[in-house]
Design a protein around this ligand. Structure first.
Ligand SMILES: [Zn+2]
Length: 269
């Protein structure tokens, strides 16, 4: 439990960095320079006002200089990342697998909130995550039974690291192709863009980490919950359904986190 508690502390720090990314990446700003500043009054934030969660509580959610409220997203992202790090390390111990899933969930939290706020899924998260996911499959086996079955039917033989990498590539490619095709068809029929290319890149990243079964589960869960919540939101707020853009990436991201937690048996005690 000590390990998991330390992981949670580390998660708070990563969450704090994610907050910087969520604000700056969609605006094409550097995530390292300048140092943190208040977006309202642009005064730099001192280190003692920049401690994850604690500073937010001590400052009662307001900037020390201008008194404008700090968005609730800051503590939410920090606490959420901490909980996820805690959960994966408590279940998997201090292992490479825990490292993989902590990194995966951190990237997803970043995407969920970037899409929610800016309707942008930064390439740093999607494509960067795709590359990292493929690379990690070499050391942490993806192991996807349906994919191995398909390989056998196709008569291709992979073993060891190469099999895991092939499963990761396959898990990324197949749902991506499916989603891309759906988007293309939608565009041809409705003559408007239904899916952002960011969503397509995102599902590739999810597939690289989780394999085919995990990415398909993510796609189904994300689409289902996304449509229900999206329709309910439009009906309740009476927004114009033609101009309202659903943050599909946020639903995909949340679904991928739930699927990863379930597949790793985090809820099974
Ligand atoms: Zn301020």
């Amino acid at each position: 439990m000590l390990e998991a508690a330390l992981a949670a502390m580390f998660g708070l720090l990563i969450g704090s960095f994610l907050n910087v990314c969520i604000y700056r990446l969609p605006r094409d700003l550097s995530v390292v320079r300048p140092r943190s500043y208040c977006p309202e009054c642009e005064k730099p934030i001192a280190w003692f006002d920049n401690i994850p969660l604690l500073s937010f509580l001590l400052l009662k959610g307001r900037c020390r200089h201008c008194g404008k409220p700090i968005p609730a997203r800051y503590p939410i992202v920090e606490v959420l990342t901490a909980i996820l790090f805690f959960a994966f390390v408590a279940k998997l111990g201090l292992s490479l697998a825990a490292f993989k899933f902590c990194l995966f969930s951190a990237l997803l939290v970043g995407m969920v909130f970037a899409d929610l706020e800016e309707r942008i899924l930064p390439d740093e998260f999607t494509l960067g995550g795709l590359v990292v996911g493929l690379a990690l499959s070499w050391v942490i086996p993806v192991t996807d039974v349906p994919t191995e079955f398909i390989f056998r039917v196709m008569g291709v033989r992979f073993e060891g690291h190469l099999l895991s990498l092939a499963e990761s590539v396959f898990g990324a490619a197949l749902p991506t192709g499916f989603l891309w095709l759906t988007g293309e068809l939608f565009q041809r029929i409705r003559h408007k863009e239904g899916l952002g290319f960011g969503d397509v890149k995102m599902i590739a990243m999810v597939g690289a980490f989780l394999g085919l079964t995990g990415s398909l589960r993510t796609l189904i869960l994300g689409s289902l919950v996304g449509s229900v919540v999206g329709v309910a939101y439009i009906l309740l707020t009476k927004k114009d359904h033609k101009s309202y853009e659903l943050p599909f990436g946020s639903f995909l991201g949340a679904a991928a986190i739930v699927v990863a937690l379930l597949e790793q048996g985090v809820f099974a005690f």
